[in-house]
Write a protein that binds this ligand. Sequence first.
Ligand code: NAP
Length: 214
Amino acid sequence: MKIAILGTGMVGTTLGTKLTKLGHSVMMGSRINNNPRAFDWVSNNGTLASAGTFSAAAAFGEIVFNCTSGLVSLQALQLAGRENLSGKILVDVANPLDFSKGMPPTLSVCNTDSLGEVIQRQFPDVKVVKTLNTVNCQLMVNPGSLKEPGNLFLSGNDNEAKSEVKKLLLDFGWKDIIDLGDITTARGTEQLLPIWIRLMGTLGSGMFNFKIVR
Ligand SMILES: NC(=O)c1ccc[n+]([C@@H]2O[C@H](COP(=O)([O-])OP(=O)(O)OC[C@H]3O[C@@H](n4cnc5c(N)ncnc54)[C@H](OP(=O)(O)O)[C@@H]3O)[C@@H](O)[C@H]2O)c1
């Protein structure tokens, strides 16, 4: 499958690497054409890896991953281009974390709204699926590195889109995936971040996950 990764940070490079290892063709997008981090990533990931602008990547991908900072995700998606995203699945892994007042960050959108919903409202013909935002990027692609992987959550309005994304998550190694329902349920997973950040501080590592015991 042709997959676009919007974002050149640790999440974009980690997901991009895993997806090429799984045999997908991946184009990484950035604000500029010759982003050095994207260039390095392409150099290290063989012939299935390529890079370009947000717009070129979005045009290339059959599925698009939003791996940009949550505060600027809308700007990045506008640069990606409505026409390039139209009708596609957008896997939103971003969190709306605002570090402008230092640590711990606050959520720039919460309670009665979420970043996932903001994106869905701004891009109504895109199938937004929120997932992976509650785990560290190393765990996203290697849940088996924990003794017990724990749970992953899915939110989105389109059931077929969630099924497609679930297939990729199963390929990543996830087993216990809970579909929370429509995109409004992204409020719940984005609002796990305040406890996630405090757990990371207390545990001294991001290599942990939530496990739902029924
Ligand atoms: N770190 C984790 O383990 C983890 C886990 C779960 C979720 N997340 C979420 O995943 C997302 C990505 O995190 P990250 O640390 O890999 O990357 P990041 O530093 O949060 O974001 C990097 C991307 O944001 C783009 N960007 C920055 N300013 C921009 C602007 N003004 N307009 C448009 N695009 C802009 C950058 O574009 P350029 O390429 O052009 O510089 C870059 O591609 C975040 O939302 C984060 O909360 C992270």
